[in-house]
Design a protein around this ligand. Structure first.
Ligand SMILES: N[C@@H](CCC(=O)N[C@@H](CS)C(=O)NCC(=O)O)C(=O)O
Length: 224
């Protein structure tokens, strides 16, 4: 299988000259952050399936790019980068400065903080709920772990809901990278069967994200 055939050179894909290659299966939350950014910012990209049933991530070629064997990884005209939030910040600064990547230092820091929080606090709390309810056969589920994680996820979502009070988007009136970082995670939060608390600010914000055509195209995929 040719995983990286001439992929460090720009080439044509779907009629565009593509500099940016993105490795990752379409239903990976961390991959979706990156493809959603590209869709919103109008950055042409080629996505190459990798991870889980697609394999690829354990090949020597892939491990040379990303020793973690995880997705996403990007190759932007020869520049290889992994870690989805770092990828978002790189692409944001390159293609969307002053728009999705806020120009104001404090607004940007506010968004950066929430991006880290999304990965480290929200996803850490919710991941066992997702994994247990979606990726584990019912007979093998650890009910106590799902219950404990549900309580933790409900608690931290309450903090996030409070922070969204009076805001259209996470950093204020403009959508930014922070919203793109949360989108794929909260899509799961809202589409996995679990005891989600009532969250009024969060619901209004989520509806704004979910209404976007790019969200529907690359984020709102079947949960699996
Ligand atoms: N901190 C990393 C986490 C990457 C990660 O855990 N990716 C998952 C998919 S969301 C993965 O590669 N899972 C194994 C696989 O798909 O084979 C990032 O944000 O990029």
């Amino acid at each position: 299988m040719h995983l990286l055939p001439n992929l460090s050179k720009p080439h044509s894909f779907n009629g565009d000259i593509v500099m940016l290659k993105i490795w990752g299966r379409a239903n990976s939350s961390n991959l979706k952050k990156v493809t959603w950014f590209c869709e919103e910012a109008g950055v042409p990209y080629e996505r190459i399936d990798a991870g889980m049933s697609f394999g690829v991530v354990n090949t020597p070629e892939y491990r040379r790019m990303n020793p973690n064997g995880l997705v996403p990884t990007i190759d932007d005209d020869g520049f290889v980068l992994w870690e989805s939030n770092a990828i978002l910040r790189y692409l944001g600064a390159k293609h969307s400065a002053g728009k999705l990547w806020p120009a104001d230092l404090k607004v940007r820091a506010d968004g950066d903080r929430w991006m880290d929080w999304c990965s480290l606090t929200l996803w850490s709390a919710f991941r066992p709920v997702f994994w247990g309810m979606v990726r584990t056969p019912e007979a093998q589920r650890n009910a106590k772990e799902i219950e404990d994680s549900s309580k933790k996820a409900a608690e931290v979502l309450g903090h996030f809901d409070a922070a969204l009070a009076g805001r259209q988007y996470i950093t204020g009136d403009q959508m930014s990278l922070a919203d793109l970082c949360f989108g794929p995670v909260v899509y799961l939060v809202n589409n996995v069967q679990w005891k989600r608390p009532a969250l009024a600010n969060y619901d209004a914000w989520y509806a704004r994200l979910a209404a976007r055509p790019a969200f529907q195209k690359v984020v709102a995929l079947p949960v699996a």
